[in-house]
Design a protein around this ligand. Structure first.
Ligand code: SF4
Ligand code: SF4
Ligand code: SF4
Length: 246
């Protein structure tokens, strides 16, 4: 039975506990941070091989009032993952899907992808998630804490969230919870919505338009169409690529 997250941004206070818990569980080193002052308290500025999770800060004016939106960004573990489809064209088995949890996992085999192949994998992701370690060549992103989940534990980020902004469990239960929370949140935020709930295993409840959170809060339809076309074009010429040794 696949697992699913619900990330309810109406409850997120941007404490960044999830971001740190993720680093701690995976033994990821610290990043040098910088105060950007007027722009954002977001740190670091983007996902990177040492940050599988990043709490994004976004502020904008709404009726002359500053509104802050917080978005704990991570891999969505797509039901049919474009990054895996692209990776399989070059090196089948480097990116895998766990049959039990549904997690999309990057193995050590991803170090065999060339830089150009990585760029294609990253571009095929509708949420701009995969990152590459320039020293080792390994591609990285959220693992769904698959090791913890297989032992019956919650993902590290979900476990530490102090406000209950994140929930994790069986997909049916999470979809039901998402609809219930949406109905509640809509009373205060009429434009509240669920981001791509049918396609991903990390469902965000947004209280505002997706573009007021982050450029990739939802999968952009034109980009997905372009990626699909690119994918189909590659399928027409797979023979040399599939046998290529990167
Ligand atoms: Fe990090 Fe695990 Fe949360 Fe993914 S599920 S963001 S790997 S703590
Ligand atoms: Fe792959 Fe991107 Fe989907 Fe994650 S969000 S499974 S990196 S395509
Ligand atoms: Fe938001 Fe919870 Fe993460 Fe804190 S731990 S930033 S409240 S999702």
């Amino acid at each position: 039975m696949p697992k699913t997250f619900l990330i309810d941004t109406s409850r997120c206070t941007a404490c960044r506990g999830c971001q740190l818990a993720c680093k701690e569980w995976h033994g990821l080193p610290a990043n040098k941070t910088k105060q950007f002052g007027w722009g954002s308290h977001q740190n670091p500025q983007d996902l990177n091989p040492n940050n599988y999770k990043l709490v994004r800060f976004s502020e904008h004016l709404e009726d002359d009032v500053v509104r802050w939106n917080f978005f704990p960004d991570q891999c969505r573990h797509c039901e049919v993952a474009p990054c895996k489809e692209t990776g399989d064209l070059y090196r089948e088995g480097a990116i895998v899907q766990d049959e039990k949890t549904g997690a999309i996992l990057y193995t050590d085999g991803t170090r065999k992808f060339s830089k150009e192949q990585f760029e294609e994998i990253r571009e095929s992701c509708p949420y701009n998630i995969p990152r590459r370690n320039e020293k080792t060549g390994i591609l990285s992103k959220c693992t769904m804490c698959n090791d913890r989940v297989h032992k019956g534990m919650l993902p590290s980020c979900v476990k530490v969230c102090p406000t209950g902004a994140m929930a994790f469990g069986e997909r049916g239960e999470m979809l039901k919870l998402a609809e219930e929370r949406l109905a509640t949140v809509k009373k205060r935020f009429p434009n509240a919505m669920l981001a791509d709930p049918d396609d991903v295993m990390v469902i965000y409840l947004l209280t505002d338009a997706p573009e007021n959170y982050h450029s990739f809060a939802v999968a952009a339809a034109p980009q997905s169409t372009m990626d699909r076309k690119r994918f189909l074009a590659k399928l027409a010429r797979p023979v040399t690529r599939m046998t290529e040794k990167a």
